[in-house]
Design a protein around this ligand. Structure first.
Ligand code: FES
Length: 279
């Protein structure tokens, strides 16, 4: 069968608002490593958006992304079907997850961050670590990648805000419990909403547990040229796309990141309104 460049091989809904796409991209799939991202453009008039890779397979020549449909482009992605093609796809971009045998690694993920967490957990496990995973969502219907993450974890804790599955509460509660139990924790890896990563970093700081977070600043080129993805790490300016996306969580200025990620809200709302009106 002949597959076109950047053709959607498989499209499915993971939750009502999250679309998973497996895309033919053999060159990217061959080089991809856990923690890296791609930039895509849906059509020739579209914006470039960064998305972290939820999976990749050199054998199949595909990469997989998961998109939360909140803006114009991510909603457009949600309309794509198998056989459609993307206009452009660039990657793999960013530094890959630093892998070594740390010992026990607690991986904490929430929301759409669970899609990125899966290949990172798998890679950390393959590097010889004992993996304790804590995953969370607002409710059980919004949980993603539970089976995949369970398969590469030694221990698994599920949390939901409404108690519809697993522990009734936040992922930070589950991590605090492990710390209170005096479990040996050599590294915490957190990926998810900014507020979640900030809470996790603040939680581990007094215990001196090294904590890595994967940041999601607004990106334009994704290659270190535009400065859009500036983040402040330990008082210094870094670029999320080429110096990250992973950073020491105890050194991240989360207030600055939160404020910078809101700077195009008005334009994003206008673009979404036009897209919805045009449908
Ligand atoms: S996205 Fe342009 S410098 Fe990082």
């Amino acid at each position: 069968m002949c597959v076109k460049m950047y053709e959607i091989v498989k499209a499915e809904k993971l939750t009502p608002d999250v679309t998973r796409l497996e895309i033919a991209a053999p060159k990217i799939a061959r080089k991809a490593k856990a923690g890296q991202f791609i930039m895509l453009t849906v059509d020739e008039h579209g914006e470039r958006i960064p998305l972290t890779m939820a999976d990749f397979s050199a054998e199949k020549g595909t990469i997989t992304i998961a998109a939360l449909e909140i803006g114009k482009t991510t909603r457009q992605l949600g309309t794509l079907k198998a056989g459609d093609s993307l206009f452009s796809l660039v990657g793999p971009l960013g530094l890959s997850t630093h892998l070594e045998e740390f010992g026990t690694v607690v991986c904490v993920g929430g929301g759409i961050g669970l899609a990125l967490m899966y290949p990172v957990v798998r890679a950390l496990k393959e590097a010889g670590n004992r993996i304790v995973s804590i995953i969370g969502a607002k409710n059980k219907d919004l949980l993603m990648y539970e089976d995949e993450i369970t398969a590469v974890s030694d221990e698994m804790f599920v949390c939901t805000d409404d108690g519809s599955k697993g522990h009734h509460g936040f992922v930070s509660d589950a991590l605090q419990k492990l710390i209170d139990e005096k479990r040996k924790i050599d590294l915490v890896y957190a990926v998810g909403p900014i507020i979640m990563m900030k809470v996790i970093a603040n939680l581990t700081r007094p215990y001196n547990i090294h904590t890595v977070v994967s940041l999601n600043p607004i990106m334009v080129d994704g290659t270190g040229m535009c400065g859009s993805c500036r983040v402040i790490i330990d008082g210094e300016t870094k670029f999320g796309c080429v110096d990250g996306p992973e950073f020491d969580g105890h050194k991240v200025d989360f207030e600055n990141l939160t404020a910078r990620n809101k700077r195009y809200l008005a334009e994003e709302e206008t673009s979404l309104r036009i897209f919805q009106g045009a449908k």
